[in-house]
Design a binder for this molecule. Sequence first.
Ligand SMILES: Cc1cc2nc3c(=O)[nH]c(=O)nc-3n(C[C@H](O)[C@H](O)[C@H](O)COP(=O)(O)OP(=O)(O)OC[C@H]3O[C@@H](n4cnc5c(N)ncnc54)[C@H](O)[C@@H]3O)c2cc1C
Length: 446
Amino acid sequence: MKNITIVGGGLVGSLLAVFLAKRGHKVNVYERRPDPRKTDVYAGRSINLVVSHRGWTALRAAGVDKEVERIVVPVYARMTHDRDGKLTRLPYSIDERAIHSVSRGELNKLLLSEAEKMPNVALHFGHRCTGVHLDTATCSFHDELEGDDVAVPADLVFGADGAPSAVRAEMARGRFNFSQEFIEHDYKEIAFPPNPDGTPRMDPNCLHIWPRRYFMLMGLANIDGGFTGTLFMPHAGEYSFDRIADEKDLMRFFQEHFKDAIPMLPDLAEQYFRNPQSNLAIIRCSPWTHKDKVALVGDAAHAIVPFYGEGMNAGYEDCKVLNDLLNAYGDDDWGTVLDAYGKARKPNGDAIADLSLRNFVEMRDLVADPRFILRKKIEGRLQHLHPDKWLPLYSQVKFTDIPYVEALREGQRHDRIMEQVLAMPGIAEKWESEEVEKKAMELMEG
Ligand SMILES: Cc1cc2nc3c(=O)[nH]c(=O)nc-3n(C[C@H](O)[C@H](O)[C@H](O)COP(=O)(O)OP(=O)(O)OC[C@H]3O[C@@H](n4cnc5c(N)ncnc54)[C@H](O)[C@@H]3O)c2cc1C
């Protein structure tokens, strides 16, 4: 059994600790921040997350899914809010399948507690990784409380330290490919409190979106009846965070674009000016591993934009794949396991990065576009009539384990087919006809 250091006790590091400890390894998790169960490290930047199929598969494999089920809210549809407050409900699947909304902070706390239940796991908070000797799997940490510097030798190191990974930075000193691309949009959390009697102000089983082409507001339910809202908007330009300097600008902006949200946000201005504005970047790198000593997991390996709600799910799938490889090759041949892990996951990390950018465009512009809504209806019908042949891209990503690479390829094929279907004369009137179904299936099989 190995002595393993995990750098980062966030969403992925805490789940990986459970997986590895259950296999009998001795696990030490070093987390830069204080213990979130004792200090509110998530205030104003909690951001709700969606757990979907891949996430559940991994949580189940780690034996913690039942605990997580207690803190989630099922979400069956998108609910778009237009400028006049008109609502349109768009189900995520034809068979009422749900994704699940969860508070990032609550999930992190739960998984840390699950890890801590294991006698072979130790959690060290307030320890910032400052360097890694890759060949000897020795990490250096700065103890933020005591001010000491400590060197921790181990058999293996996992970098689960998120997008700004110190472990990855160390790997980047050698032969290492790296790219970081900021998108023009930043985001800010804006919470919708519950009604005074504790009931939700909107349908909690929908993801609420106010898509406005250049920017959008989103809301996901919490178990307490409130919603965590997120405003995504360019950092500079005509519609941007830069243009909102004071309460007057803010209220004018909300009056014009998100009027129906105003009565649900009694402390909008206070929250807006208090909560931080954060940026979004896509990080791609390779290799993800160093010999039989070091591996990157989660955002440290593949930070993506959040528009498919898959970053954490992809990170959880990393953990599940690692666990499966350990089942296949045993717990002693880490050289083979890490090599196979990198080869299996890297192409999928790239594919989910591409898919997430694609969904950004879909959420921002297309959800409000009648052609998009028509396409969804036609695809839903095709899936209903030919469930073995037509599985929409969204369902492949959110409701199956189909590798992201394959889902992306299939999604691009669907685009080409639907382009021709939507070009059929009179399609808006005859979308439910046999003619449309036949044409789509011919193209699918052709
Ligand atoms: C607005 C937004 C919405 C999102 N929505 C979704 C969603 O709906 N579904 C989904 O699946 N994903 C979503 N994501 C993505 C998801 O948040 C990330 O993919 C996930 O948090 C990655 O987990 P991680 O553990 O790899 O990294 P992190 O959660 O970033 O955790 C890394 C941890 O490492 C610690 N750390 C960092 N540096 C050091 C160091 N030097 N030493 C020690 N510790 C260190 C950090 O303090 C942190 O606790 C969203 C992201 C954003 C920004």
